[in-house]
Design a protein around this ligand. Structure first.
Ligand SMILES: CC(C)(COP(=O)(O)OP(=O)(O)OC[C@H]1O[C@@H](n2cnc3c(N)ncnc32)[C@H](O)[C@@H]1OP(=O)(O)O)[C@@H](O)C(=O)NCCC(=O)NCCS
Length: 181
C-alpha cells in the first residue's frame, strides 16, 4: 500500500512474470544483511525506519498488527540492528499485497531493498499468492525502478490516492505460469 488513502481494490489482469522469482534480480546484491522474520522486539526500530522513510508513516500499532496478519513480515539485520523491513499480506486467498518496504537511510543503495522484496515475493507466492500488488507514489523513482527490476508491471493509476493528492501507480507481478512453489 505504501501508503494508502483508502482501501480501493480493482481487479486487473497483469502480464505473467517471465523470470523465476527465486533467482532473478539479486545478483550482485550485498549479502552482509541477515534476513529474518520480524518479531515484537523489532517494532521500535521498524517504526523509526518508517518515520524517517515516509511523510505519512503508519502508526506503530498498525505496524504491530501486521505481525499477526497472514502474510510475511521480514527484517534485514546488520550487527543486530534492524536496517530494513518489508511487509506483505495475503488477501482473498491468492492476492499478495505489499504493504510497506523501507531501508534505513544510511543503508540504502546496498542491495538490501532488493533482497527484502525478493524474499517477500517468494514467501507470498509460497503462501498461495497468484499475483502480488503494490502501490507507489508516481514520483518515487527509486522504488519504481526497484519494482520494475523485480518484474512488477504498472497496470493502473489511482489519482489522489495519497493524502497530499499524489497519484499512485498500481503495479503487479504474477506467479510465472507453470511455476510451483
Ligand atoms: C525503495 C527502497 C526500499 C530501496 O531500498 P535500497 O536498499 O536502497 O535499494 P537497493 O540498493 O536494493 O536497490 C534496488 C534497486 O532500486 C533502484 N535504486 C536504488 N537506489 C536508486 C537510486 N538512488 N536512484 C535510482 N534507482 C535506485 C535500482 O533499480 C536498484 O537496482 P540496482 O542497484 O540493480 O540498479 C529505499 O530507497 C527506501 O527505503 N525508500 C524510502 C521508502 C520507500 O519509498 N519505500 C517504497 C514505498 S512504495
Amino acid at each position: 500500500m505504501c501508503k494508502p488513502k483508502n482501501g480501493n481494490e480493482k481487479s486487473t489482469d497483469e502480464k505473467t512474470r517471465t523470470e523465476n522469482p527465486s533467482t532473478s534480480s539479486v545478483e550482485g546484491a550485498n549479502n552482509f544483511a541477515e534476513l529474518r522474520e520480524a518479531t515484537l522486539n523489532d517494532l521500535d526500530e521498524i517504526y523509526a525506519i518508517e518515520k524517517e522513510s515516509f511523510p505519512d508513516p503508519y502508526p506503530k500499532p498498525l505496524l504491530k498488527a501486521f505481525l499477526f496478519h497472514p502474510g510475511a513480515y521480514i527484517v534485514a539485520v546488520v550487527d543486530k540492528k534492524v536496517v530494513g523491513y518489508a511487509i506483505g499480506i495475503i488477501r482473498f486467498r491468492s492476492l499478495g499485497h505489499v504493504i510497506s518496504i523501507a531501508v534505513r537511510k544510511d543503508f540504502r543503495g546496498k542491495g538490501i531493498g532488493k533482497r527484502l522484496l525478493n524474499e517477500l515475493i517468494n514467501r507470498l507466492f509460497a503462501m498461495g499468492a497468484k499475483k502480488i500488488r503494490i502501490e507507489v507514489r508516481e514520483s518515487n523513482e527509486i522504488a519504481i525502478n526497484l519494482y520494475k527490476k523485480m518484474g512488477f508491471v504498472t497496470k493502473e493509476k489511482i489519482f489522489g490516492y495519497y493524502p497530499d493528492g499524489e497519484t499512485a501507480l498500481v503495479m503487479f507481478i504474477a506467479l510465472p505460469q507453470g511455476h510451483r512453489m
